[in-house]
Write a protein that binds this ligand. Structure first.
Ligand code: PLP
Length: 246
């Protein structure tokens, strides 16, 4: 194994241990928590190493970057489930999505975690190719009401979820949140709890969602304690990212 593969392998073991411990602490089965490897800025060569270590789900923030990396894998049309015989990953878009990119995303991704407007959801549904299964989506919720941040406000989320769930070529899987780390870990935990509460409210209204996309490198434990089914981890797997030049 080369040096990078070795580091990723050690990071992955440590992360799996954190996930397992956190699950045990809250009486949950670690298999309920999908590990989404956040690969923004990570070269495709390193992602392939991660793939050989057993990581099957990759999260990308930028559409163009993701497409370039996808082109380096054998072409397999997106499928709905992570099938162990697959020779390419399950691709998740986790970054903000502008309406002028929806066609590309509808054609090239398996999941979108960042749906926060009906217009974007409608376009994704219209543009999802017929030969693909419905696109899996999560509604991103701005639980903390941060001004200028992505996500639908909490009090509008219920209505958006009902509308998105009715779109024919989408499959609404759940909810996503990115709490502001500046507010501290108690506020983060509270935000995770509020997202879970929203999921439960929706279930009481007949909308059963199987995904809570919450938790990143710094707050995997709190997210799992509040019911996360999908942690999105970059730094703790691949190391620190160099921020883009201003
Ligand atoms: C970058 C990013 C992550 C991963 O963050 P880390 O702190 O590096 O684990 C998760 N989710 C989203 C939406 C991101 O943009």
């Amino acid at each position: 194994m080369n040096e990078i593969a070795c580091i990723v392998s050690q990071n992955l073991s440590a992360l799996r241990e954190r996930i397992t411990l956190a699950c045990h602490r809250s009486g949950r089965d670690p298999h309920e928590v999908r590990l989404l490897a956040v690969s923004k800025t990570v070269p495709a060569s390193v992602m392939k190493q991660a793939w050989t270590l057993g990581l099957t789900d990759f999260g990308e923030n930028y559409v163009q970057e993701a497409l370039e990396k996808q082109n380096l894998w054998p072409h397999i049309p997106p499928t709905q489930t992570t099938d162990p015989g697959r020779s390419s990953p399950t691709w998740h878009l986790i970054g903000p999505l502008q309406s002028n990119k929806t066609r590309t995303v509808a054609e090239h991704f398996d999941w979108v975690h960042s749906v926060d407007r009906l217009k974007v959801a409608q376009r994704l549904s219209e543009q999802r190719p017929d030969q693909h299964p419905p696109l899996n989506v999560c509604v991103q919720v701005n639980v903390q009401g941060e001004v200028g941040k992505s996500g639908i406000p909490l009090d509008e989320a219920h209505a958006l979820c009902l509308s998105v769930a009715a779109l024919p070529r989408l499959r609404l899987r759940g909810l996503m949140v990115i709490p502001d780390p500046e507010r501290g870990s108690e506020a983060t935990r509270r935000a995770f709890g509020q997202l879970r509460q929203l999921r439960d409210d929706l279930a009481n209204h007949g909308l059963d969602l199987d995904t809570l996309s919450m938790g990143m490198s710094a707050d995997v434990e709190d997210a799992i304690a509040e019911g996360s089914t999908c942690v999105r981890v970059g730094t703790a797997l691949f190391g620190g990212r160099t921020p883009p030049a201003p």
